[in-house]
Every structure is written in structure tokens, then in C-alpha cells.
Write a protein that binds this ligand. Structure first.
Ligand SMILES: Cc1cc2nc3c(=O)[nH]c(=O)nc-3n(C[C@H](O)[C@H](O)[C@H](O)COP(=O)(O)OP(=O)(O)OC[C@H]3O[C@@H](n4cnc5c(N)ncnc54)[C@H](O)[C@@H]3O)c2cc1C
Length: 410
């Protein structure tokens, strides 16, 4: 089985990674299995006039229509809690799972849509690209670095000109329209954390990656006039605490192999209060000495906002109790570390259209200003990196088209 599985709490059942195995497993009732089998027949392509009916639909509503309530409660709920700290009812389907949303629009059924799009993608590829995609297929999954994710940013820092990177600095204001050409048409003022002195730098373009709640605090001017940001809507953020604990291997009576365990909110009635736990030392063996298991446990989110902000002692009790129930981890953890994120994830809620529109409005009205990061297009590190790459491409085209314009004007 290896590290290929997640566990979801239903007598600690393994979640199979493909639908056939899901049908064969004992995770779901016979009724839910029938609903999954029948989904391709019940959800044939709908007429386009119906397509707008569900544009504001929640993640829970969408999956319940296709697969029933049990799938939402025991598969979707723990998955979204573990990846976004949200809950199926508060999350917008269109913004949280755009690929599946589009599959429904194109094919009606998610299952046959997924199969058909996979087949047509495969057919479209040449032998050469097929080979390289197989290569990437094997590389997909969780990734990290020796020393943890910090290694990524540290390496980027080393590769770039250190003098040009201003670490531990807060951007205070941005001004656009200082010169006649696109070159150095932006000025960014910032203060370093240690002396609070304001400094300014000239830029050709800006890629903003701060959360929108922080962008709202910045002062932006355009050709000497204030550019008010009062059109930016409020974004809801999910609070989260992360507890890192280690247990002696001999004290863990049911050490499951896999990525981790996800807890459906229904299991709160059985006393479980955490959202889920990553088996970090199983995924990345360099994270702990050989005789210890290292666990990363998430608490809070929309399911339990108050608990996210609890003291380390209280959270240690909560985590220890859950890990005892789930894995038979006995005694106290050997080591505990606690991180609290007041605004861990932006919630892609039902009003998220207005957030995306506001970002687009900033980009449209401020030449050379681009927005990247987890407030648009996905929450994961991978999606945040992809959005940064896309913004970099926009900057290149902006600067190329600006220099073309200048040439024409000369
Ligand atoms: C606890 C937790 C666990 C996660 N686990 C995973 C996981 O296992 N896998 C995964 O793929 N994703 C995971 N994520 C999600 C992922 O890490 C984030 O969504 C992603 O890192 C967001 O990147 P970002 O650059 O958009 O935003 P952030 O990482 O939030 O960066 C925004 C930066 O802007 C800075 N900033 C704000 N205001 C200013 C200002 N005025 N001037 C200068 N800088 C400013 C902030 O200090 C911050 O450094 C997790 C997130 C959390 C909170």
C-alpha cells in the first residue's frame, strides 16, 4: 500500500484513490455506491439554459446532487477541511473546484467527463509527449525539500541578487505614473521591521502577492491622485492552529501507513475535535529521529473557529486525545510545537465572484500591476507558484508591449 493513501474516519477506512476501488471498499453504503455507479447515466449533458442554475452552488450542494449526502459527509467534508479549513456548505463550488465545475458544464456527469477528458488528452499527445507526461505522472503527489519548505524560498533568495531583495520589510504605499515610459514608472515605499524608516524603490512593474486584507491597508496613487481601494470586498479568512508532536514509535499502537488521517465533522459527536493529522515523518523521513513518529495536526477552521485560538496547553490535550483515539498513541508527546494562523486561508465563499472581480479591476486600472497568490485560482503551494509564473508572464508581455509602444511613438 505504501504512502499512497489517506484515511478518513469511518472505522479508520482508507480512501481509495480511484472510483472503482471506492465502489469495492466498505467505506460507503450500498445506496451511495449505486448513486456513484448511476452518476454517468443520471447526469447526461444538460441544456446550456440550465448551466447558470447552479452558479452560486456550494461544494456540498454540488457533490450531494451527484453522489449523495454520505459522500459529502464522509469524503468531501474531511477533504475540504484538511485542504482549506473550510466546510462544504460555505465554499463555492465554482471557485473551489473549477476543474470539476467545468467538467459538469461540458459533460454533465463528473465521472464520464473525467474519463472522456483524460482519453481525449491522451489521444492528443504524441508518443514523445506521452512519454514525458508519464514521467511527470510519476512525479506528482506530495513534495517537500530537505529541511522543509523554507528551503525553497532560501534557495530562491540565494539565486537572486541579495541586494535587490528587501526581507522583513512592509510595503506601505505604491505610486504609479511617475514617468513617460513604462520603465521605472512605479515607486514602492516600504519600511524595514528593524528601524521602521521608510524607503522607496523604483520599479517597472509590480506583482502583488500580499493577502487582500493587507493590500487594503496600502496607499496607492495613480499619476499623483489617490487610487481608493474601497471596492475591495471583505474576504473571510479561516483561523487555524497547527500542532507538531512526536511520539515514541513503541507508544503508537496502531501506526497507520499513509499521508495522514482526515476527520469528518460528524465525528465531533464521538469526541474528536481535530480536522486532520499529517503523518509527516512517514511522508518525509528526514523530519524526525528513527525512533519517533512526527505528526502535524490541524485544529480550528470554519468547523471550530474558537478552538483555533486556544492555548498551547489546551490544544496539546485536544491533539493528544485525538491521536490516542485514532492511532493508539499513548502517553504524552515527547515534543510539541504550536503555530497559530489567525488568517490561514481565504475562504472561497459564495461572494468570491466579487473578490475576483475586484482583483481584475485593480489590474485593469493600474498598468503594470499584477496580482498573484492564493486569493485567486487555488490555495495550494503548487497553485500559488503557478499563479506567480502566470503573473511573471504578464509582466514580460506588459514590458514588451510598452517598449513596442515607445518605439512607435519615437
Ligand atoms: C497551516 C497551513 C498549512 C498548509 N499546508 C499546505 C500543504 O500541505 N500543501 C499545500 O499545497 N498548501 C498548504 N497550505 C497552503 C499554502 O501554504 C498557501 O496557500 C500558500 O503558501 C500561499 O502562498 P501566498 O504566497 O499566496 O501567500 P502567503 O504565503 O500568505 O504570503 C503572503 C505574504 O505577504 C506578506 N505581506 C502581507 N502584507 C505585506 C506588506 N504590506 N508588505 C510586504 N509583505 C506583506 C506576508 O507577510 C506573507 O509573507 C497551507 C497553509 C497553511 C496556513
Amino acid at each position: 500500500m505504501g504512502l499512497q493513501c489517506w484515511y478518513v474516519l469511518l472505522a479508520l477506512a482508507i480512501i481509495p484513490t480511484n472510483p472503482l476501488a471506492l465502489i469495492k471498499s466498505n467505506i460507503l453504503s450500498a445506496q451511495s455506491k449505486f448513486q456513484i455507479i448511476l452518476e454517468p447515466f443520471l447526469w447526461k449533458k444538460r441544456s446550456s439554459s440550465n448551466d447558470s442554475d447552479h452558479s452560486q452552488e456550494s461544494v456540498g450542494g454540488f457533490f450531494q446532487r451527484h453522489f449523495g449526502k454520505e459522500v459529502v459527509d464522509y469524503l468531501i467534508d474531511p477533504f475540504v477541511a484538511g485542504t482549506s479549513a473550510g466546510d462544504p456548505e460555505s465554499l463555492s463550488m465554482r471557485h473551489s473546484f473549477p476543474e470539476l465545475w467545468n467538467l459538469e458544464k461540458s459533460f454533465g456527469s463528473i465521472i464520464s467527463g473525467a474519463i472522456q477528458s483524460k482519453l481525449s488528452a491522451r489521444n492528443a499527445k504524441s508518443e514523445e509527449t506521452k512519454r514525458s507526461s508519464e514521467k511527470t505522472k510519476h512525479q506528482r503527489g506530495s513534495f517537500s525539500f530537505q529541511g522543509g519548505m523554507q528551503t525553497l524560498t532560501d534557495t530562491l533568495c540565494k539565486e537572486l541578487d541579495v541586494d535587490k531583495i528587501k526581507l522583513n520589510s512592509k510595503v506601505l504605499s505604491l505610486s504609479y505614473g511617475l514617468g513617460k515610459s513604462a520603465i521605472e514608472n512605479w515607486s514602492v515605499s516600504f519600511a524595514t521591521n528593524h528601524d521602521n524608516r521608510s524607503q522607496a524603490l523604483s520599479m517597472d512593474a509590480v506583482i502583488m502577492t500580499a493577502p487582500l486584507c493587507d493590500v487594503k491597508e496600502m496607499r496607492i496613487t495613480k499619476r499623483g491622485h489617490p487610487f481608493p481601494l474601497n471596492f475591495l470586498p471583505e474576504v473571510n479568512y479561516m483561523p487555524l492552529s497547527v500542532l507538531i508532536t512526536t511520539f515514541k514509535k513503541e507508544n503508537v499502537k496502531r501506526p497507520l501507513e499513509g499521508f495522514g488521517v482526515l476527520v469528518p465533522s460528524k465525528e465531533q459527536q464521538n469526541g474528536l475535535k481535530t480536522l486532520g493529522t499529517l503523518f509527516s515523518s512517514m511522508m518525509f523521513p528526514d523530519r524526525a529521529p528513527d525512533d519517533l513518529y512526527l505528526y502535524t495536526t490541524f485544529v480550528g477552521g470554519s468547523r471550530n473557529k474558537e478552538l483555533a485560538n486556544a492555548s498551547t496547553d489546551e490544544l496539546k490535550q485536544v491533539v493528544t486525545s485525538d491521536l490516542r483515539q485514532l492511532l493508539g498513541a499513548e502517553g504524552e508527546p515527547k515534543f510539541v510545537n504550536h503555530f497559530y494562523w489567525k488568517k490561514a486561508f481565504p475562504l472561497y465563499g459564495h461572494n468570491y465572484d466579487s473578490v475576483v472581480e475586484a482583483i481584475e479591476k485593480m489590474e485593469k486600472n493600474l498598468p503594470g500591476f499584477f496580482y498573484a497568490g492564493n486569493h485567486r485560482g487555488g490555495l495550494s503551494v503548487g497553485k500559488a507558484i503557478a499563479s506567480g509564473c502566470k503573473a511573471a508572464e504578464h509582466v514580460i508581455s506588459y514590458l514588451e508591449s510598452s517598449s513596442d509602444d515607445n518605439t512607435i511613438g519615437e
